[in-house]
Design a protein. Sequence first.
Lengths: 332, 272, 271
Amino acid sequence: MNATVQRVLPLAVGIVVFAGVTTASAEKIRIGYVHVFDDAPVVIARDKGFFASEGLEAEVTMFTSGPTLVKGLVTDQLDAGILGFTNAITWAAQGADLKIIGKVQEGYHALIVRNDRGIRELRDLKGKTLASQAAGSTADIVLKGVVLKSAGLTDKDVQILYTAPSTALASLRAGRVDAAFLFEPYDSIVREVLPVTEIYEVGKRWPFPCMVVIVPGKLIAERPAAARKVLASLKRSIEFMKASPVEASRLLAPAFMPEGDLLAEGRTVTPQEIMMKSLKSNIFDWRLTPADLKRMQELSAVMKELEILKQEVPISSVVDLRWQNELDQRRP
Amino acid sequence: MEIRVNAASGNGLGKKINVEDLTLDYGPLRVIDHVGFGVQEGEFLAVVGPSGCGKSTLLRIMAGLVGPTRGRVLIDGVEVLGPNPRRNLVFQDHALYPWRTVFQNVALGLEIQGQSPAQIRKRVGDLLAAVGLEAFAAYYPHQLSGGQRQRAAFTRVLAVDPDVLFLDEPFGALDAITRLILQDELLQLWVDSGKTVVLVTHDVEEALLLADRVIIMSPLPGRIREILPVPEKRPRDRGSATLASFKRIILGILGLEPVIGKATLRGRDFSI
Amino acid sequence: MAERTGPAPTVARRSASSAWQVRAARAIPYAVAFLTILGGWQVAALLFPAYLIPSPGRVMLRLSQELRREAFLVTIGRSFVRLSIGFVLACLLGLVMGLVSGIWAFFRRYARTLVSILQSVPPIAWVPLFIILFGFGDYPIILVIIIAAFFPMTVSVMNAVEQVDVLRVDVARLLGANRRQLITKVYAPEVIPAIITGAQVGFGNAWRSLIAAEMVGGVNVGLGWFINFAGEVADMVAVLAGIFVIGSCSALLDGLILERIKRRLLRWKYV
């Protein structure tokens, strides 16, 4: 070989490789989340650039419910989703290849009743109407299999009506329903505008992991590093929300209370106040603990009771905590 | 009996029907212009003229379906303000209701009057038998021939026993042979019943075969040109020379035949 | 003793067997259409994983199981109750509006404008509003069905009344009919074919909006709700079973009931 080429070639190769490495460092990923306050960390991660800082070029899509989102995961239209964990179980039971790799939030659902309906405890819900979220969602399963069950009630004893949370709120205000099963920020909002009482809150009585990170097996097989990066972004997001709640509230207000100020009993409540309250009610954590896994197994049994599953699904087959453990070990 | 004939608004000594100075405008268009004449009880009157002369409209006004712009029609001395079953009209289009059988169509007027099913059954049965349609009583109009349909339409009208019959080109939609047959039947009906008949037709021969008098109308606006008696005794021969010359007179009045000579009728001269 | 020459006539026997052949020949296009859909479904089931598109066999099996469960029959029954009430009310409303429009010019213009404005809103878009106004349950669904189904009826009847042969009206007037008799003896029978076409189109709308409204929310029983819930819990077999029920019910109701009614009312045409 020519002497000039001998000197130029390694340099040329080096430039090409360098160029390749730098352009490859922004990894494309399609992330879905449910448009509920429970998934606030995703909004923060997107808006504060935490995905980007982990080297992810994230295409974030909002969904109205977990069951809708998970369909994107099983049809190879999404690479990762942050949603209620039962969705992974129902589809895994049918043969889909999904894995839960980390947590985002612990379940917070309040059973709110109007003061004028004579409901003091869960048992009084018999024969009453209750507005709840999407049928078949994690919240719905917990409502039927845990909350109502604890009072000896089934979904035949209570008239459950499935609707969007904003409609549930409006119906409660209009007196069309006696009670509603709400999460944030609707829970905080309704307390401001209506005389209501919380007679039960799931997170307090029966803590369980609610929003988790679910990825299709394909992602794990083809680019496992992306899984870790998603978890890392969300971890930073959760830590930020804990450290700077005021700034977090400011960022979340336009997403979860776009209608602006709330008019209640002659005073105005700003969206940020509501966001602060919602942040306080919720527990955001990125670690799935052994207790969490135990709860998930219990809920799997509940789903079998409710005839949503034909048989129980062993949680170990749906959970893969490798990247969570990696992140855990890297903690300062 | 002397019948005075005037070219413009003719006044007859009408006892049954009196048409007094009738005018009808459709907006700026004058359709009928100062038409007046009388009809005797039991008379058979024909109105002929080309299309657009308003003869059908005239009939509709006389039957009370349309109101005139000016003038009025009196029947039995009473002004006509709306339709009345006793002065009924047969249209060129049979207008039978396709969802009713022949029997039910003929029964329509009697139903409207509130007669009992038993009464209706008897009367309609008799009527259908009289015109030879009893075998088709349960048939629907679309299963009948044109002539049978028109017979049924006639029978429908006759069921309510009108004493005045207005006929608006009743045989215009039928083939030539059927037309001849029904003309004979109509004549017989008139002879047997003594009803007052006003027939509107564009068929001059038909008018001459059937009518006592013929009113000739000219179009745009519709006016009476002449009222001609037809003094020929019945039964009349369609092919007779008398009828032929009457026809020439009428066509001549309407300006539809080249003038080849002159004819005199009751002391008046006509070009023919 | 009469002599027989040639074979005995077989005309009677031949026409009996051809009646069967004619019926079979008429049924063939339907059968082929059905098989095409079934075939397409089977192919899709082979191409996609079972948890996304289960095979027709599995779905039929599940359907036969569901049909033995009381809960499923109750759910279908509820849908039918809603459909019947909504559809019948829609037909009546459409009929009255159409008839009045035909006779009264002012109302005709009013109804036409109303129809054209409201028609642009898809019926199920009303569901959230109705839930808030009338509460949960059957009322919003029935209202949506009425809105969806009465428009075709009104328009169809309105047009028919406008196109009534004036001559037939004149005939009745000449026979002495009063206003009420004109309506019952001329206008009403005139518009029956239009009522039926209106009803058939409206039925399709009613059925579709029933299922859609049940899926949108505000109920916890019904075929639409069943399918929606099944979809949420990854039970695609149930989803397809529900869709199959929808398709067959619609075809059966239209073919067996509506078509029969049409033939009865329009007997005179088919004689």
